[in-house]
Design a protein around this ligand. Structure first.
Ligand code: ARG
Length: 279
């Protein structure tokens, strides 16, 4: 497939590109099981606050000119709000997720059904694959996380299905259990990441591939600042990630802070709520 690379224009300004996102309102959001270290089933959740925070995120995307499509939330699937995990869509072809934990298993077929109804040729992954939680597209390459959720065999499956090069990266800190909690794609050649979340070997791979990457510190990583969504210029991220926001500003990006404190109780932030639909 052909890939257009994004770069600052001649005036040195970053260029925003319109995107299409799939989101799922957190109508049934709670923390009733714990499958990552952020989840504490004793901590109360406020569904109406979660909904308001999520709506603000959706509104920001729309104000930026992006298209937001909605998948109907299903009861008994409190994590379905984390649409990024539902699949991977590249060039109008979709691969729906196959979740690692039984609590989320039914989300795979739900996202598959949505993708098919939306007209995308789609199938459910054979290997354990948590969608854009662990697969991030950077230009013509896919970065793929493993260590906690997605099976390394799923990396080969994705490479085969989409015909794209896939680079495997190993996550080592359970707080950063998905790749999108530790690495953000800023444009077709730029990423930001938290080095400590990766094995030494994967850190060298990242250094080699992205010598100009924005390196985030522990404070910003721990408030999920890297769970960010960029359109090439505007970067929507947790508002508490103030140092990272400053680093982005220095590089010509336009950070937009959001408060998703309720969803962080389940171990998610902006990117987790957002599946990019690349048609
Ligand atoms: N509670 C969810 C889980 O542990 C959170 C998923 C966050 N999503 C993401 N793309 N990182 O599976």
């Amino acid at each position: 497939m052909t890939v257009t690379l994004e770069a600052p224009n001649t005036a040195g300004e970053r260029l925003a590109r319109p995107h299409q996102y799939l989101m799922c309102p957190p109508e049934h959001f709670t923390v009733e099981y714990a499958i990552n270290p952020w989840m504490d089933t004793d901590q109360p959740c406020d569904v109406s606050l979660a909904l308001r925070q999520w709506q603000r995120l959706r509104d920001i995307y729309q104000e930026l000119g992006h298209t937001v499509r909605i998948i109907e939330p299903l009861p008994q699937l409190p994590d379905m709000v984390f649409a990024a995990n539902g699949g991977l869509v590249i060039g109008g072809r979709a691969l729906a997720a196959r979740f690692a934990y039984p609590q989320r298993a039914d989300e795979g077929p739900a996202y598959l059904a949505w993708l098919r109804a939306a007209g995308f040729p789609a199938k459910q992954a054979v290997q354990v694959n948590e969608g854009e939680g662990d697969f991030l597209v950077v230009g013509g390459r896919v970065l793929a996380g493993t260590g906690f959720r997605t099976d390394p065999k799923a990396h080969a499956e994705v490479a085969e299905y989409f015909g794209l090069p896939v680079v495997s990266l190993e996550l080592v800190n359970p707080r950063f259990y998905h790749l999108d909690t530790a690495l953000a794609v800023l444009d077709d050649r730029t990423v930001a990441y938290y080095p400590e979340a990766f094995s030494a070997a994967s850190r060298s791979v990242l250094r080699e591939l992205y010598p100009d990457a924005v390196l985030a510190g522990a404070k910003d990583a721990m408030v999920f600042g890297l769970n960010a969504v960029s359109d090439g210029r505007n970067v929507v991220l947790a508002e508490k990630a103030v140092n990272l926001a400053e680093q982005l500003r220095e590089r010509g990006f336009h950070p937009i802070g959001v408060d998703l404190s309720e969803l962080l109780k389940a171990g998610g932030s902006a990117k987790c709520c957002t599946l990019e639909v690349r048609s």
